[in-house]
Design a binder for this molecule. Structure first.
Ligand SMILES: O=C(O)c1ccccc1NCC(=O)[C@H](O)[C@H](O)COP(=O)(O)O
Length: 272
């Protein structure tokens, strides 16, 4: 059993419990359910420079505790101020230390910026939850869903006004799950068996993702040089958690990266 299998097994239990505690019609009555969502895909598609999706991530299976001294409202407000195109907030409790409370605090501190509910979606019920906490985008991980599940969950997400980020690790997952209701394709550089990250995964898959899909690179991204390199392969967005969260002030870490990105593109305008 790899880590994804363990996470998904626990997630199935959580969803059963959640459905017993709150019905879909109760979720539909939450104030944020009626909120009009903001498009991350459009913000990325129209961007001429690399854009950062900044993640609030307390801990992870690969690194253990990353930062337990930070508050979601402060960090995400600082991220948005430092120019993040979107926020990603973990809502998985057991493996990532996230929660709906973290997500809601971040949403209330940042009413307009696109926000990704970062979790392991396996059931339509979780899409209603995502809408009820004010998410704009949900994640579908090809490695833990059948192609038919990707189709039905992405259709339902669109019905609810949510955008869909499809995450793939290899060409087989991409070919099996890419479809009409996918808004953004994310290539995850992290090997879930070894936890090693390699940007070669993003490079290898870049040409196989049709141009009609906005593409982003995820995990293990640390510096402006790598981001400019991947931007050259057509990646518009970059999902970064640990590099920021392991610092005392994650918002400042993003601001510093933005300065590096601008300086490097000024030195060599062709990298844009
Ligand atoms: O981060 C992990 O250890 C992990 C383990 C198993 C499944 C998923 C995992 N991470 C989820 C993510 O996609 C990352 O949080 C995201 O891409 C940001 O990555 P990073 O910048 O390396 O924190």
């Amino acid at each position: 059993m790899n880590i994804l299998d363990k996470i998904v097994a626990r997630k199935r239990e959580e969803v059963i419990e959640a459905k017993q505690n709150k019905s879909v019609s109760e979720l539909e009555k939450e104030d944020l359910f009626a909120r009009k969502t903001v498009s991350l895909a459009a913000a990325l598609r129209n961007a001429s420079s690399p854009k950062i999706i900044s993640e609030f991530k307390r801990k992870s299976p690969s690194k253990g505790i990353i930062n337990d001294q930070v508050s979601p409202e402060v960090v995400t407000f600082d991220y948005a101020n430092a120019g993040a195109v979107a926020l990603s907030v973990l809502t998985d409790i057991d493996f990532f230390g996230g929660s709906f409370s973290d997500f809601l605090k971040a949403r209330h501190a940042n009413p307009v910026i696109p926000m990704l509910r970062k979790d392991f979606i396996i059931d339509e019920y979780q899409l209603y939850e995502a809408k009820a906490i004010g998410a704009d985008v949900i994640l579908l991980i090809a490695a833990c869903l059948t192609p038919a599940e990707v189709v039905s969950l992405s259709q339902k997400a669109h019905e609810l006004g949510l955008e869909v980020l499809l995450e793939v690790h290899n060409a087989e997952e991409l070919a099996a799950t890419i479809g009409e209701n996918i808004d953004i394709v994310g290539v995850n550089n992290r090997n879930l068996k070894t936890f090693e990250t390699s940007i070669e995964t993003s490079i290898a898959l870049s040409e196989q993702i049709p141009d009609s899909f906005v593409k982003i690179s995820e995990s293990g991204l640390k510096n402006a040089e790598t981001i400019h390199r991947l931007h050259g392969y057509g990646y518009k967005g970059f999902l970064i958690g640990e590099t920021f969260m392991k610092t005392v002030n994650p918002g400042t870490a993003l601001a510093d990266l933005q300065i590096d990105l601008t300086q490097q593109s000024n030195l060599n305008p062709l990298v844009l």
